[in-house]
Design a binder for this molecule. Structure first.
Ligand SMILES: CC(C)(COP(=O)(O)OP(=O)(O)OC[C@H]1O[C@@H](n2cnc3c(N)ncnc32)[C@H](O)[C@@H]1OP(=O)(O)O)[C@@H](O)C(=O)NCCC(=O)NCCS
Length: 207
């Protein structure tokens, strides 16, 4: 898949809610987010950054920042969850995912602004990711986390993931789940668009 066209990105936005009903907009990251995205990473706690990036970084190195902002390249995508704060669209969570067509799997990692932990944002984002995985044709989704990351381990367990050893690194554990989203109750715009474009491509739709 090529890089998604910038003018098309907005149509892939989804609306999610925190546990107490606060609205979040989930959309692909855009070039205009570069500063705000780096600001988001810098303002994570040291522990959250370590848990997310598996290393002691204070911000994203330029190369990685650049990769995060290239949506669709190499079947890799970055989404941000934002909310309006004093008239300004602030990033409160992010997720990066990659579709591996050869294994029909979607790999992902995510983080939530420390001030918003415990509000159900990661739970909502993971449901949205499951929908995106289904839209891409993935049969499983998985991620890796440090064994010491109790919050992620508990979150993944609650979301129905099973755990296996990481193939290369004993400090990590892999969580994996079969995709169970049915086409009829898909809650993400990317799936609806994929489904619509499939209908448009089918011979019956054009007959
Ligand atoms: C892990 C993380 C994404 C969870 O985000 P969150 O929005 O706070 O999670 P939710 O509010 O949806 O919590 C869902 C469940 O996760 C578990 N959980 C979340 N925070 C927890 C904590 N501090 N300790 C133990 N369990 C926790 C609980 O089971 C919780 O369910 P409950 O609220 O009914 O108890 C967040 O802590 C984070 O961003 N951490 C830093 C980055 C990171 O570790 N990323 C994972 C690497 S891929």
């Amino acid at each position: 898949m090529s890089i998604l066209r910038l003018e098309d990105l907005k149509q892939y936005s989804d609306r999610l809610r925190t546990r107490d009903g606060t609205a979040l907009n989930v959309r692909f990251v855009e070039p205009r987010d570069t500063e705000e995205f780096q600001h988001y990473v810098r303002s994570l706690s040291t522990r959250s950054r370590y848990n997310r990036f598996f290393g002691a970084i204070s911000e994203l190195p330029q190369g990685l920042l650049h990769d995060f902002l290239r949506v669709g390249e190499g079947e890799r995508f970055t989404i941000v969850a934002t909310m309006m704060v004093d008239g300004f669209e602030a990033i409160v969570a992010e997720a990066r995912y990659a579709f591996h067509a050869e294994t029909a799997t979607l790999e992902f990692g995510l983080s939530v602004d420390d001030r918003w932990h415990g509000h159900g944002i990661a739970t909502a984002l993971m449901k949205n990711l499951e929908c995106r995985a289904a839209a891409l044709g993935a049969e499983h989704m998985f991620g890796d986390t440090l064994r010491s990351n109790d919050a992620m381990v508990s979150l993944a367990r609650k979301a129905g993931f099973a755990f296996v050893n990481h193939p290369d690194d004993w400090k990590l554990v892999r969580f994996d789940k079969e995709i169970s989203v049915a086409p009829k109750d898909i809650p993400c715009a990317s799936w609806r668009l994929a489904a619509l474009s499939r209908q448009a491509d089918s011979p019956s739709a054009t007959a």
